[in-house]
Design a protein around this ligand. Structure first.
Ligand code: KIV
Length: 264
């Protein structure tokens, strides 16, 4: 079944949990799609896992467009959602609309914006113009310097109340779903029960309507920094290291190539 925005929203009403991962290129998007994962996020986390930077802050619109095109080319059934990078939606509503539209033209079916109250009017405008929006609250990585690091948010009662209010505001503004990142499980449960749109958790416990992980974390490819909420379902970095070391050895002792890999 091809996943659409209405179908995504329907999953919550039907009590079906949603599995989402990130992908940044055509090869992995095809694999994720074939695995039946419902939605792919072209995340600005590519700044960290693909580009090797410490934060997502320098990811540009041009880079997001490039990666969105690659992912959309091979994702046949999964819903493709693209992150709006830092400064692509904060400066003005007009810029937010133009940039979100460009991501849809590159092949995304929806965009994701970080933040609550300050961006609710952007969300409303995009939705009114036919652009589906996923919200993202809790630990929003584009605000990392405000937090002083990638830290759990919403622990203090006042902050938790702000996040509850943000979730309602984003729902009212027309967001079709909400990512809850690095918040206590009980708060994520409260928010999930208080909104009619699906919540997608990352480091937000088991009560969300769905879960998302960064693909390279899930596959055990990225080990520079592994947050507590990551569960590696494979160990592809270890496999890759083993394969590469074997290749090097076989080249050195002329065990590769053999007759099988040679032309005559
Ligand atoms: O950029 C990203 O990958 C994200 C998810 C981790 C939610 O925003």
């Amino acid at each position: 079944m091809v996943m659409t925005v209405p179908e995504f929203k329907h999953a919550k009403r039907a009590g079906r949990k949603i599995a989402m991962v990130t992908a940044y290129d055509a090869l992995f998007a095809r694999i994720v799609d074939q695995a039946g994962i419902e939605a792919i996020l072209v995340g600005d986390s590519l700044g960290i896992v693909v580009q090797g930077k410490d934060t997502t802050l320098s990811v540009t619109m041009e880079e997001m467009l490039y990666h969105t095109e690659m992912v959309a080319r091979t994702a046949r059934r999964a819903l493709v959602i693209s992150d709006m990078p830092f400064l692509s939606y904060q400066v003005s509503i007009e810029e937010a609309l133009r940039n979100a539209g460009r991501l849809l033209q590159a092949g995304a079916a929806a965009v994701k914006l970080e933040g609550g109250r300050p961006i609710a009017n952007r969300v409303r405008t995009l939705v009114e113009c036919g652009i589906p929006v996923m919200g993202h609250i809790g630990m929003t990585p584009q605000a990392v310097h405000q937090y002083g690091g990638y830290k759990v948010q919403g622990k203090a009662p006042m902050h938790a109340d702000n996040l509850r209010a943000d979730a309602k505001l984003l729902e009212e503004a027309g967001a079709f779903s909400l990512v809850l990142e690095a918040v206590p499980s009980d708060l994520a449960r409260d928010i999930t029960e208080s909104v009619s749109i699906p919540t997608i958790g990352i480091g937000a416990g088991p009560y969300c309507d769905g879960q998302i992980l960064v693909l390279y974390d899930l596959l055990g490819l990225f080990d520079e920094f592994v947050p507590k909420f990551v569960k590696p379902y494979a160990h592809l970095k270890a496999d890759a290291l083993q394969a590469l070391r074997r290749f090097k050895e076989e080249v050195e002792c002329v065990k590769f190539p053999t007759e099988t890999e040679s032309y005559h």
